[in-house]
Design a protein around this ligand. Structure first.
Ligand code: 5GP
Ligand code: ZN
Length: 134
């Protein structure tokens, strides 16, 4: 995609601190500077989100997420990771090229990466009946 910022990083037109490059994917440092070690993993092939990503691309993406996560825990002093993703503007996605955020975690680091949600409005059974895949 011509004007996609992450496609530009894939093509080398915009610099990116690449943590891992594979044939089909890229992992690079997020520029947000919100927490040390914030990494983004993307497919080289442009898709917008989980909603339009094909199965093969998704498989490669998740394998790279696993490799980077294992690298962080095995070699970089971290104990775990949070994986975050926003798919769609309504979910808060700001860059429309599919990406998984990896936030490395250490025991007792005090980070709060889990959103505080407002509480369900409908009975669980009712929502279940509405969304169950038959
Ligand atoms: P989203 O809000 O779509 O889930 O996340 C987009 C992420 O992309 C943000 O965390 C933001 O900091 C990051 N980002 C936006 N532009 C660039 C860029 O040019 N380079 C890098 N490395 N990260 C970017
Ligand atoms: Zn793109």
């Amino acid at each position: 995609m011509e004007n996609c910022i992450f496609c530009k990083i894939v093509r080398g037109e915009v610099p990116g601190m690449k943590v891992l490059e594979t044939e089909r994917t890229l992992a690079f440092m997020d520029i947000a500077r919100d927490v040390d070690g914030h990494i983004l993993v993307i497919p080289r092939k442009h898709c917008k989100s989980i909603l339009d990503c094909d199965e093969v691309t998704l498989g490669h993406l998740m394998e790279t997420v696993r490799l980077v996560s294992r690298h962080l825990t095995d070699h970089c002093g971290y104990d775990g990771v949070n994986l975050l993703n926003a798919s769609g503007e309504s979910a808060g996605q700001s860059v429309p090229h599919f990406h998984i955020h990896i936030i490395p975690r250490k025991s007792g680091d005090g980070l709060d990466t889990w959103p505080s949600l407002p509480g369900a409005q409908h009975p669980l059974e009712e929502t279940f009946r509405r969304i169950a895949m038959k």
